[in-house]
Design a protein around this ligand. Structure first.
Ligand SMILES: [Zn+2]
Length: 259
């Protein structure tokens, strides 16, 4: 059995999606480009571990997939070399903003922080879309800056929480390493009439196989939740193998009386 939330499982999901006749597109493309009747908007909220994001960006590139990477402005994430690499692989870069939380609820401070950080991203990439960070432990909802300001005034053409009708687009998110975490999610949820009971990535793959999902789906993959199961598996294999080898040697060296 394949472990869930591994790159191998992610690759299988992507391959199944492509086999089912969907095209996979970045959010900006969904807003401004031509799409096939069946399209997956693929989005990544990079909350942590920019290295994982790069690994997934490479994996996607191998499959000919382009997607959107929303990255928080944090020291450990804002690595210009890595960001440029992700963009060079053909992906869209966006700002995963959390300015209202950072400004402790002060909307004026938040918007100037937003502007400064957006400029930092734009020094590397022409950012056109943004996406809020859920800040589950914060009492401030980062979207509230848009009650007083309009992101279009900053050259932003879309924000997934505002510019998608989730009665026409099914939203699937892996928040908390599960696909049915809607009830435990604080802010990463949307108003929708769709009802699917999907827990594991295998459940989603099965739905694609059965062709039972809507024509439009947004999938949110958090890179920090996925790991290289192959390597862990291999390490375990080698470790187990080494242990067995030692046991074998010990047994061989032991006299029958010791056994
Ligand atoms: Zn986030």
């Amino acid at each position: 059995m394949m472990l869930d939330f591994t790159y191998a499982m992610l690759r299988q999901l992507y391959e199944e999606i492509l086999c089912s006749g969907y095209e996979i597109i970045p959010f900006l493309h969904f807003l401004t480009g031509e799409t096939r009747p069946k399209a997956i908007i693929l989005r990544h909220d990079v909350d942590n571990r920019i290295g994982n994001a790069l690994k997934i960006a490479v994996l996607e590139r191998d499959l000919g997939i382009r997607s959107s990477y929303y990255i928080r402005y944090r020291k450990h994430l804002f690595d210009s070399t890595v960001l440029k690499k992700i963009a060079d692989l053909g992906h869209e870069i966006g700002y995963h903003y959390e300015d209202l939380t950072a400004a402790r609820g002060d909307i004026r401070k938040a918007i100037s922080r937003f502007e400064v950080n957006l400029a930092r991203f734009r020094a590397l990439y022409p950012v056109k879309t943004i996406c809020m960070h859920g800040s589950p432990f914060s009492k401030w909802d980062n979207r509230l800056v848009w009650t007083e300001y309009d992101y279009h005034d900053f050259g932003i053409v879309g924000e997934p929480y505002f510019d998608i009708d989730y009665n026409k687009v099914l939203y699937l998110t892996d928040t908390g390493r599960r696909w049915d975490g809607v009830n435990v999610n604080v802010r990463d949820k949307v108003r929708t009439s769709y009802r699917y009971s999907l827990r594991s990535t295998c459940d989603i793959i099965d739905e694609f196989r059965r062709n039972s999902l809507p024509d439009r789906v947004m999938i949110n993959i958090h890179p920090h939740s996925w790991h290289d199961g192959g390597l862990l598996w291999l390490r375990e294999l080698v470790w187990q193998g080494a242990k067995n080898m030692v046991k074998y040697v010990l047994i061989r060296r032991s006299t029958p009386a010791d056994l």
